[in-house]
Design a protein around this ligand. Sequence first.
Ligand SMILES: Cc1cc2nc3c(=O)[nH]c(=O)nc-3n(C[C@H](O)[C@H](O)[C@H](O)COP(=O)(O)OP(=O)(O)OC[C@H]3O[C@@H](n4cnc5c(N)ncnc54)[C@H](O)[C@@H]3O)c2cc1C
Length: 343
Amino acid sequence: MTDQVPTAAGSTPGRRLEASAVAELSAGFGGQLVQPGDPDYDQARAVFNGMIDRRPALIARCAGDADVVAAVKFARAQELLVAVRAGGHSVPGYGVCDDGIVIDVAPMKGIWVDASAGVARAQSGLTWGEFDRETQVHGLATTGGRRTSTGVAGQTLGSGSGWLERKLGLTCDNLLAAKLVTADGEVVRADESQNQDLLWGLRGGGGNFGVVTSFQFRLHPVGPLVTGGMMVWPRARAGEVLRFWRDYVETVSDDFGSAPAFLTAPPAPFVPEHLQGRRPSGSSSAAPVPPRTARPWSSRCGPTPRPTSTWSNQCPTRWPRASSTTPLPPACTSTGRPRTSPS
Ligand SMILES: Cc1cc2nc3c(=O)[nH]c(=O)nc-3n(C[C@H](O)[C@H](O)[C@H](O)COP(=O)(O)OP(=O)(O)OC[C@H]3O[C@@H](n4cnc5c(N)ncnc54)[C@H](O)[C@@H]3O)c2cc1C
């Protein structure tokens, strides 16, 4: 039996599970169980995409493998829809569901780096920023996300594209092993010597094979000094810039990682005013929309601990010359300095 809990006016009530069942689960649970009506509920159900507004019946913030096993068995017994959440970056919001259980592995942030073997074992709650921080102590890295706040788990299971991929392959190419909890609550390891087919599926097959609790990655020497940054052009020059970029990347070494993106009104004060977003046509004022200095991803789910911005404020001081005949269009760099020609 379930009932509905009242919430703020206008919002959909969340399903409430039978109290005795939740109490039984919580008896041995090392992490935190959050239900509709709890003070942490809105924060715990919020994901990166602020347009997603789902209300799970239970959020199991797991502290370790045993909590994940308990949560999976609970979901089976209660016949609950399951969403698995790590970094919370799924754009369609796969990390949260209505009326089911969210198995949240985000609190599981252990990482062990064996520098001499070039291997890292990482629990599935790490973000790429947290992962890189530990491996960079040893001057090592693997292909991670382009954003530091993206989850290691969801990105790896979705194959993983990042700045280092030209040189080191996709994230899943560097996945050596994984430990996961299957739908029947069993803990299994998948590597090159056992459950090889499962490892094959985890290398890009998404979150459909169980709840991964830890990953083992191959590491490579990277840095510690790397050059990175953003170069910005007006949208009107997109064709010119993309053609240059297409030709240019063919000419440079695999050490060079890059990606084009179309951005509007980026929440970074260093972006020159003429590149910032404008009011929709027909608006009473043609003045540029001021840069957003507050938290850019407002969420209907209430306050969340997301970073305001991870945009780089560094830029390369030298842009290597391409052998392409296409001239590099003048750009504004991420520091706002105009760039007139390639150096
Ligand atoms: C701003 C932004 C930048 C991005 N940049 C990149 C990028 O550079 N490269 C790239 O490849 N992708 C990128 N992505 C896409 C991102 O990698 C995927 O959305 C990925 O699923 C996010 O993983 P997560 O753990 O943060 O998400 P979550 O929302 O927590 O998880 C997404 C889904 O992954 C599965 N999953 C997560 N954890 C587990 C687990 N422990 N066990 C089993 N299944 C699990 C589940 O199906 C879950 O619903 C970006 C997304 C955003 C929003």
